[in-house]
Design a protein around this ligand. Structure first.
Ligand code: FMN
Length: 169
């Protein structure tokens, strides 16, 4: 699958089969995140791999949708602000970098036939508790990782001429 096909075929998967994800597939997904570009190559993110089996109650406190618990795995992308590159006005880029890493793993998963769904509407305190996160890191996005059990529902996009401006705002 080339990158354009992956972009076309990715969608937010909100229903998963319980089928296992092989260690090899998981490694390919994680490796894609590792290859993501980051500001000044600081790589200020970590990924926590969560096996859902046995952790259903904790996960339900994190994000209370039934489909969130269906896949065998959930990945959590965590930013590490203390490692971030900062712009001249001190704006830190750890969230941007963590987001790019997440997007890389999402497209690698798509290319492997795996489903994902960006989740930002999680309960941050529950994530911190479940993953024993220290105070100086920040959960950015979660996704289930598993085989899709639900077809895509069409989501539209704004036309390009609404999103793109040339030369000036
Ligand atoms: C940063 C971000 C946060 C999101 N958070 C959630 C979420 O908490 N729950 C959810 O069901 N979908 C979430 N989504 C998925 C979006 O709703 C979805 O990408 C959008 O509606 C377009 O649909 P598509 O991904 O199927 O193309 C999120 C997407 C992004 C990029």
């Amino acid at each position: 699958m080339d990158v354009f096909e992956a972009i076309r075929s990715r969608y937010s998967v909100r229903g998963y089969k319980p089928d296992p994800v092989s260690d090899e597939a998981l490694l390919q997904v994680l490796e894609a995140a590792r290859q993501a570009p980051t500001a000044a190559n600081r790589q200020p993110f970590r990924i926590v791999v969560i096996h859902t089996e046995g952790r259903e109650e904790e996960l339900a406190r994190v994000y209370g949708r039934a489909w969130f618990l269906q896949a065998p795995l959930v990945l959590a992308v965590i930013a590490v602000p203390g490692e971030a590159w900062r712009r001249s006005d001190d704006k830190p880029y750890d969230e941007v970098d963590a987001t790019i890493a997440m997007d890389h793993l999402v497209f690698a998963a798509t290319a492997l036939g795996l489903g994902t769904c960006w989740i930002a509407a999680f309960d941050p305190a529950a994530v911190r508790e479940m993953l024993a996160l220290p105070d100086d890191v920040e959960p950015i996005a979660l996704t289930p990782l598993g085989y899709p059990d639900k077809d895509r529902t069409a989501t539209g996009r704004r036309p390009l001429d609404e999103l793109v401006k040339y030369e000036r705002w």
